[in-house]
Design a binder for this molecule. Structure first.
Ligand code: SAH
Ligand code: SF4
Length: 410
């Protein structure tokens, strides 16, 4: 990878409304239709008989037109808009920073207002443009309770779960910045059709373990995939889990999105070290849950993620064991070159080793793309995310850059 240290960090335009007022008001974003109706009726804003119609109207403004200010809802009376604004917010989070990598990857640092007595939190969201598609990598928690030994996020304590609003806000704000919503300056701006959007896919692969925040992730993904909401096909939404076995069947039944499993090892001894949740839910149970995943077929395969760690899990014997383990499961295998971070003891496997490993798996009949590392120069690659509260100190960043220049992980 060509490494440019010349980072572009833009200070985006400030959000239109003042933050202090927003924090105190509940948001309408992330509510299911019945919840939104209840909120409107409860606040005495609309009579019960009108609620369904108003919800439909608001839903369209929020998710199809992407407005972030009630004032822009021009088919709603001025009085009603003012009343809505008095009780609720639909504002976006503050964009603290936007970085654009030399490969086009973008990383945003978002700040969300405090919840109750808590403090504001900051999270990262990454956009990866590729030939024919663009993927948004969304966070589900601030930090993570799990401590996978090769993951940078895992070194950060869990601060809190994100709400459905905050999960969706990452998608809405990315779409604002990428021009996926109609132009707000022309009141009748054309809706950007699904095929023309920059964000065509989303993956729950940012910070956190999505299945430890099941209800909020579910609410957000059901709105993201709702035909009258953000209308992303469920086949274009992938949820990645480290292996929270009891929630896997529910993910298929209640959310219905594509599943990815962070596998990384083919025996319990090694997986206990790499992905410690394995001690609670060992491979036998994880693989059984995968076999039973609702809707699984050759057209709807599970993706198994496998990080390539030098001399740890990258031998040909490991490749053989992997093929053996996944026998009979409609699967794709995603080989991820390890992305280094300051303080890690792991190194990425040599390129030649990765290719040999991939060849073995391909010959066994699996599609096994090697995930090209993206956005490493802005620490936006898998497992490199951490929030502002723990951003790299200057000497750490220099150490990381030196590691990458020296070729570790490339
Ligand atoms: N917590 C969830 C989702 C977020 S992690 C999970 O673990 O699945 C997204 C993916 O990045 C996971 O497969 C994770 O194992 C991988 N990952 C974490 N740290 C990494 C690193 N340093 N290099 C490469 N991949 C990493
Ligand atoms: Fe958490 Fe996933 Fe990182 Fe493990 S790999 S520490 S589950 S974010």
């Amino acid at each position: 990878m060509a490494l440019s240290l010349d980072l572009t960090a833009e200070k985006p335009r400030p959000s239109p409304a003042p933050r202090a007022a927003q924090a105190e008001k509940p948001s309408l974003i992330g509510l299911s239709r019945p919840e939104m109706a209840e909120a409107l009726i409860g606040a005495g804003i609309v009579p019960e008989r009108q609620a369904k119609m108003r919800v439909q109207q608001l839903w369209h403004w929020l998710y199809v037109r992407g407005v972030s200010d009630f004032a822009e809802m021009f088919n709603i009376s001025k009085d009603l808009r003012a009343t809505l604004a008095k009780h609720f917010t639909i504002a976006r989070p503050e964009i603290v920073e936007e970085q654009i990598s030399n490969d086009g990857t973008r990383k945003w640092l978002f700040r969300f207002p405090p919840r109750g007595a808590g403090r504001p939190v900051e999270i990262e969201t990454v956009y990866i443009p590729e030939e024919g598609r663009g993927t948004l990598c969304i966070s589900s928690q601030v930090g993570c309770t799990l401590t996978c030994s090769f993951c940078h996020t895992g070194t950060q304590k869990l601060v809190r779960n994100l709400t459905a609003e905050e999960i969706l806000a990452q998608l809405l704000t990315a779409r604002d910045r990428l021009g996926d919503f109609p132009d707000r300056d022309t009141p009748d701006g054309a809706i950007v059709p699904a095929e023309g959007r920059k964000v065509s896919n989303i993956v729950m692969m940012g910070m956190g373990e999505p299945l430890y925040n099941f209800e909020e992730v579910k609410k957000a993904l059901l709105i993201a995939s709702d035909g009258d909401g953000l209308s992303l096909s469920k086949r274009r939404i992938t949820l990645s889990t480290s292996g929270v076995v009891p929630e896997i069947a529910r993910t298929g039944e209640e959310i219905g999105v594509m599943l990815a499993i962070s596998l990384h090892a083919t025996n319990d001894d090694l997986r206990d070290l790499l992905v410690p949740i394995n001690k609670k839910f060992p491979l036998k149970d994880l693989i059984a849950a995968c076999r039973g995943y609702p809707g699984l077929s050759n057209a709807r395969r599970i993706t198994f993620e496998y990080v390539m760690l030098k001399d740890v899990n990258d031998s040909l014997d490991d490749a053989k064991a992997l093929v053996q383990l996944l026998k009979g499961i409609p699967a794709k295998i995603n080989l991820i070159p390890f992305n280094p971070w300051p303080g890690t003891n792991y190194q990425c496997s040599d390129w030649e080793t990765i290719e040999k490993f991939a060849d073995y798996i391909n010959n066994a009949g699996y599609a096994s793309p090697i995930r090209t590392p993206r956005g490493r120069d802005i620490l936006a690659a898998c497992g490199q995310l951490k929030s502002e509260s723990e951003r790299l100190k200057k000497h750490e960043r220099l150490a990381l850059e030196a590691m990458m220049i020296a070729g570790h992980g490339d």
